[in-house]
Design a protein. Structure first.
Length: 189
């Protein structure tokens, strides 16, 4: 491992490049991996919820995640009440990921608060950057969609299947495609 700056966690939260080989980051990730492996191998749904609450920073009431679920650290993820996630839900949580209430996340969705820099020399040194992500209340994210770092999805919006969200989504908006573009509005009556 390389010598690391003692504040890599601070760099993560400050949206600066950070060294992923920092021993304490690796320890946090390994600890989270053990918990997610236990979650993913547990059949009893009530026990899975108990385990999920030990993984996440905040886990609302009546939250349902269908295994398998994966995240890097867990302690940067906040989930609101009545949120559900289908199988193969992945959160790369190098920064705060906030998911509101009554959010439906279908299968094979990836939320990436963390990504690699484009400069190959920086990438080669195992540095990453991270930006917070917010998914507001009553959002539907359909299967095989990807949410990139720094995105805010407005309340009541729909991300259609297979979309790659590269820009913020206003509330009451339907987006689709790669990159995701607005294809409709939702009328709230």
């Amino acid at each position: 491992m390389t010598e690391t700056h003692p504040n890599e966690c601070d760099y993560m939260r400050q949206c600066k490049l950070y060294d992923t080989s920092a021993p304490y980051l690796l320890e946090d990730m390994y600890s989270c991996n053990k918990k997610t492996m236990t979650f993913n191998s547990t059949i009893d749904s009530e026990r899975r919820v108990e385990i999920l609450k030990t993984i996440l920073k905040q886990c609302g009431e009546n939250v349902t995640f269908i295994p398998p679920f994966y995240c890097d650290y867990g302690k940067y993820i906040e989930i609101g009440d009545y949120t559900t996630a289908g199988p193969n839900f992945t959160i790369l949580d190098g920064n705060i990921v906030t998911i509101g209430k009554h959010v439906i996340i279908e299968s094979n969705v990836t939320i990436m608060a963390t990504s690699h820099p484009t400069d190959p020399m920086i990438r080669k040194a195992y540095y990453l950057y991270s930006l917070p992500i917010v998914v507001n209340d009553n959002v539907l994210i359909e299967s095989n969609s990807v949410i990139l770092p720094g995105i805010v999805i407005g309340k009541n919006s729909v991300i259609k299947a297979g979309s790659v969200v590269t820009k913020n989504v206003p509330e009451n908006t339907i987006v689709e495609g790669n990159p995701a573009i607005e294809v409709g509005k939702i009328r709230i009556e």
